[in-house]
Design a protein around this ligand. Structure first.
Ligand SMILES: NC(=O)c1ccc[n+]([C@@H]2O[C@H](COP(=O)([O-])OP(=O)(O)OC[C@H]3O[C@@H](n4cnc5c(N)ncnc54)[C@H](OP(=O)(O)O)[C@@H]3O)[C@@H](O)[C@H]2O)c1
Length: 352
């Protein structure tokens, strides 16, 4: 297969490129090369998909002209796989490649849905309104930007040769966000004198992590088979306590687990999900009860079979280990914050 990867220099794209090359495909990646390099055997074409027309943000509107990025990848393609979040990129790809590509796969996101409060959601659920600009202006409109990307893909290539893969939370080795790596790392390195670890006490919250390698392999499968349609590409659903138990087992943690009420955590200034002073995998209920609880059966029927979470978290931990007690992880608590939080919980502190 001649595969054109729009991206390929970052995490998921790099995995896709590597797997496709291992399977003997001819892989070209088109990217600026600013996010990283491509795996061995992948032909990187350095080009910028932004154009004067798509530069509609004040900081990019006056950027210098660039040649048509897609002219740098001439010829015919059996499959094009795009990881962009900018609708203008998809429109540009559709216009340039529509007649040169047999198949188009877009990596979208489960963040496209208008509501996240109901478990068991499917791809027919209502979506957020699409953005009407070519560039996603900021992470706060990520879901809306992906909706616009999806619409551009379907309009440009047609539903019968387009895959929209709405990925759930992606985890595993290489997860720069540390959303999947934090918990196994924290259980391996509690940061407290007696090894105790504070966890959010939210038994009713579902988690659903898809291993980056399983998602990448399945996307290559789809390109090989030209699988069209819209799929929630999600991992195995389990409760937050089950997820944390897997993380704990993987880390070999023997210390105490201190369950903290979510309202108490918020009062201490601890954030949901990601960012500074956060506890990953933790989301507010009831509004996020369905965010990591999307129906899995359609993805399994489409051939996406994730490995056990224990493998994903063990490999995420191995990847986190050399990063040590980073103070600038993208998610989680520092050792000082973890120790302070455990002390406060034990002392019955009620405010931050
Ligand atoms: N992380 C999650 O949990 C999660 C969940 C759901 C969905 N997703 C989706 O999963 C995908 C992750 O993909 P990823 O990790 O490979 O990539 P990424 O971090 O989204 O990076 C985007 C890719 O596009 C390239 N790119 C960006 N701007 C460009 C431009 N102007 N011209 C040419 N290339 C450009 C980047 O390369 P250069 O910078 O080198 O140009 C990079 O390879 C995304 O679609 C994301 O939305 C992620």
């Amino acid at each position: 297969m001649r595969l054109l990867l729009l991206g390929g220099t970052a995490w998921l794209g790099g995995q896709i490129a590597g797997i496709a090359v291992e399977r003997g495909h001819s892989v070209t990646a088109l990217a600026r090369g600013t996010s990283g390099s491509v795996p061995p055997g992948v032909h990187l074409v350095v080009a910028d998909r932004d154009t004067p027309d798509t530069r509609d943000t004040p900081d990019t509107r006056d950027a210098p002209d660039t040649p048509d990025a897609y002219a740098a990848v001439p010829g015919e393609w059996d499959a094009v796989l795009d990881v962009t979040r900018h609708p203008g990129h998809v429109r540009g790809a559709a216009s340039a490649l529509n007649e040169r590509a047999a198949y188009f796969a877009l990596v979208s996101s489960a963040s496209v849905y208008a509501a996240n409060d109901t478990p068991g959601g499917t791809t027919t659920d209502p979506l957020l309104p699409p953005i009407d600009t070519d560039l996603m202006q900021g992470p706060e409109v990520y879901g809306e930007a992906k909706v616009a990307c999806e619409q551009a893909a379907l309009a440009g290539f047609g539903a019968d040769r387009t895959l929209i893969a709405r990925a759930g939370l992606i985890g595993g080795p290489g997860d720069q966000s540390s959303r999947s790596g934090y918990w196994p790392w924290r259980f391996a390195h509690p940061g407290t004198p007696d090894g105790a670890v504070v966890v959010p006490d939210v038994p009713g919250l579902a988690t659903q992590v898809i291993d980056v390698r399983d998602l990448a392999g399945w996307l290559v499968d789809c390109c090989e088979r030209r699988t069209a349609g819209i799929v929630d590409a999600v991992g195995e659903m389990m409760s937050l306590p089950e997820h944390l138990a897997v993380a704990r087992a993987v880390a070999g943690h023997q210390g105490q687990v201190l369950r903290a009420d979510p309202d108490w955590l918020l009062a201490q200034g601890i954030q949901h999900w990601s960012g500074e002073r956060s506890l990953p995998m933790w989301l507010p209920l009831p509004e996020y009860a369905g965010f990591m609880a999307r129906a899995e059966a359609p993805a399994r029927a489409a051939g996406l079979h994730p490995r056990p979470l224990a493998q994903t978290l063990a490999d995420a931990l191995a990847w986190e280990e050399p990063r040590g007690a980073l103070t600038d992880r993208a998610s989680g608590l520092t050792d000082d914050d973890a120790r302070d939080l455990a002390e406060r919980l034990r002392s019955g502190a009620t405010t931050g």
